[in-house]
Each structure stands twice: as C-alpha cells, then as structure tokens.
Design a protein around this ligand. Structure first.
Ligand code: HEC
Length: 218
C-alpha cells in the first residue's frame, strides 16, 4: 500500500515538473507574433563586414572631417611641427578663480621645477646645475606675447630638451596652465589677460593678441 502510494506521488511530481518546464520554457523562448520583422531582426551591417553602399566598401565609417572628440579641443589634423597652425590655435575655454588656482597648482607641480614658480626660468632643477639647458624665462620679452597655441604645442609635444607633458595634463589642464602663465605675463607687461570667466569678448581679444604677435615678429 505504502509502496503504491509513493510511486503515485513520485510520478505525479515528475509529471508536474515536466509540464511546468515545457510551459515556462516555451513562454520565454517564443516571441509570439512579430509586428515588424525587420525591426525584430536587424538588417544592419556588422561593423567590420564589407558594405556595398559605400565607395570604399567599409561599414565602419570615419568621423566627419573636423570632428572633435568630447573633452578634446584639438582637431585631429593638427600635427607636430605645424608651427603656423599652432600659432593661430587657441581655445574658447574660460576659467573661474578655482580653475585659475588649479592652473597655478599644476604649473608648480609640472613646470615650476624648471621654469621656476616665479616663471623666470630659475627653477630648482636648473639652479642646481643638474639641467644643462636654460628653461624659457616666461617673463622675458621673448615669451611675454607668445601665442597660446605655441605654448600648447610645447606642452603637448615638448620643445628642445623639454619633454612632452601630454600624458600628465589633459586638454583642459593644459589650457588651465597656459591661462595661469598668461595671467602672470599680463601682470608683467604681456597681453591683457583674456581667459577669465568674466572677460568680455575674450575670443576676439585673443585672436587680436595672436595676430599682433605674429605681425610684430615678421
Ligand atoms: C625639465 C625641465 C622643464 C620642465 C619640467 C618644463 N619645461 Fe618648458 N622648457 C624647458 C626648456 C629647457 C625650454 C627651452 C626649450 C628650447 O627653447 O629649446 C622650455 C621651453 C618652454 C616654452 C617655450 C616654447 C617655445 O616654443 O619656445 C614653454 C611655453 C614652456 N617651456 C612651458 C612649459 C610648461 C607649461 C611646462 C609644464 C607643463 C614646462 N614647460 C615644463 C624646460 C622645461
């Protein structure tokens, strides 16, 4: 009697289990009726497959000419050694007091050791005699009106024995450091400071300043 009972119970349970499995399984796997099959089953090309719709046959497209990635200001076509391009290169970024203070902090960390925290080229590394080349005296007439883009190129690629700081400073940080240098230069006979958050018509001012410097040089 007991044996029969347990066989019945066991087969009932097994049956239930089977039923529930199939039911659940089919519920999840069958999407039912499809309203718009071409939306359900995408006809898009995979990124790295051949594509007859484009002349070069590639699905993966290049960014449109002049595209600038988020957080970057430098167009990709600017290359090392394009000194004229960099002379005219500037930024529309403007910095508040906290950002200016950050620019100063970064300058003192990365540049001060050579250029001096006074920007006079008398940093401790140079003064110690361990660094042979005199770092630019950024208060000297030679650098007072240096275009900001030229400074940017010096930070990005390095200049002479000065190495590149591209890996230490991101784009915004580079401009914050340059803005700080320009602020100090403005107080020492350089062009009027144009990177302050409240400066009026700053872009035009900067462009004019850059143009003036270029004319003065030639
Ligand atoms: C290891 C020392 C050293 C450090 C650190 C250094 N520089 Fe220089 N820098 C130099 C020397 C040396 C020159 C002169 C290069 C030349 O004229 O050949 C120079 C030149 C420059 C110039 C003039 C570029 C030109 O086109 O003439 C700028 C602007 C400048 N540095 C900015 C910076 C900034 C900003 C930093 C920090 C991010 C920095 N430097 C860090 C040594 C240094």
């Amino acid at each position: 009697m007991n044996k029969t009972k347990s066989i019945v119970v066991a087969s009932l349970m097994a049956g239930l289990g089977l039923v529930s499995c199939t039911e659940n399984g089919s519920k999840h796997r069958n999407p039912g009726k499809i309203y718009a099959p071409d939306m359900t089953y995408s006809r898009a090309y995979d990124a790295y497959t051949a594509n007859p719709n484009f002349a070069d046959g590639q699905t993966s497209r290049k960014p449109i000419a002049g595209t600038v990635a988020m957080g970057h200001e430098l167009p990709d076509h600017m290359v090392e050694g394009d000194t004229n391009g960099y002379k005219a290169f500037t930024t529309s970024m403007r910095f508040n007091e906290a950002e200016m203070a950050e620019g100063k902090r970064l300058f003192n960390i990365y540049c001060g050791v050579c250029h001096g925290t006074n920007l006079d080229g008398q940093g401790p590394l140079y003064v110690s005699g361990k660094f042979a080349a005199m770092p630019a005296n950024l208060k000297d007439a030679k650098y007072l009106r240096m275009p900001v883009g030229t400074m940017y190129a010096a930070i990005k690629y390095g200049k002479g024995v000065m190495g590149s700081y591209a890996s230490q400073l991101d784009v915004k940080q580079r401009w914050m450091v340059i803005a700080y240098i320009k602020q100090v230069q403005a107080a020492n006979g350089g062009d009027a400071f144009a990177f302050g958050a409240t400066a009026t018509a700053p872009a035009a001012d900067t462009a004019k300043a850059v143009a003036t410097t270029e004319t003065a040089k030639h």
